[in-house]
Ligand binder design. Sequence first.
Ligand code: ASP
Length: 329
Amino acid sequence: MNKAFKIAAIALASGLVGTAFAQDYPAAGKSITIVVPFTAGGPTDKVARDLAESLRKHLNNATIVIDNAAGAGSTIGTAKVARANPDGYTLLLNHIGMATVPSLYRKLSFNVLNDFEYAGIINDVPMTLIGKPALPASNFAEVKDWIGKNQGKINLANAGIGSASHLCGLMFQAAIKTEMTPVPYKGAAPAIADLMGNQVDLLCDQTTNTTSQIEAKKVHAYAVTTPKRLSTPALKDLPTLNEVGLKDFQVTIWHGLYAPKGTPAAVVKKINDALKLALKDPEFIKREEALGAVIANDARLEPEGHKKFVQAEIEKWGQVIKAAGTYAD
Ligand code: ASP
């Protein structure tokens, strides 16, 4: 082995290359791409774009580009990041789909626990059950009655198999013992647009997507999926699904930041440090809270805590999905 090669090999093995690389990260003039595995204008996209504004301030003012690699319930974008160069310039922002797709897809080209570095949980977001404006039902009792009378004719939008809306829809159908026709989209932005246009009947989606439409009375809102009512002005009068009789119906969506496996630990630390600072940005907090989201402020902010949480969520939702018996190939 020649000397230069030997030194490089030793440096690599000891992590020195990663450390030196991290000192310059992000290098001046280089942009960072955050892959969002759903369409632009939807709730996951909104979190990413809002976060990017605060995150970049703590990453040398780097330009952050959002890449909407949408489709197949987040698995297309997630696979893209699993295969990306592990240099910190390609990141993934995804939601609970990280924990549901391992059970919902028979085949996945990535492994959620082995193919990513975990950079921290961002927020928790409640969901809301909403209906198209033409529905002759303006509260939960009325929509329940309408569902009862329209068995076999109801369709339920979702953002693809493995998406949060799909998961919530599965739980809702099981809770009210009614099968509906799923209508999959590549994200919740086109799903809610079609709902507002009366093309689909129902949707269960994050408050970050539904609050402004509820406020503007462009959709009917029936209930929230949290154990307690929400304090957000436009949502505070909505009952919880537990209150209206669907016992133990609880689902809260979380978003997290990831880098491809092999991204140097010192770079992941820089991203995680920047995330922690961004989550303290009053502007970001204000934007999130107005839409019913709660900023993460616990052990899940640390990479190990984030990974442990995802592992527990994979087990938890795996049981729900197994009970629902739904799979995609
Ligand atoms: N809210 C969507 C979902 O159902 C995804 C999105 O467009 O953010 O998972």
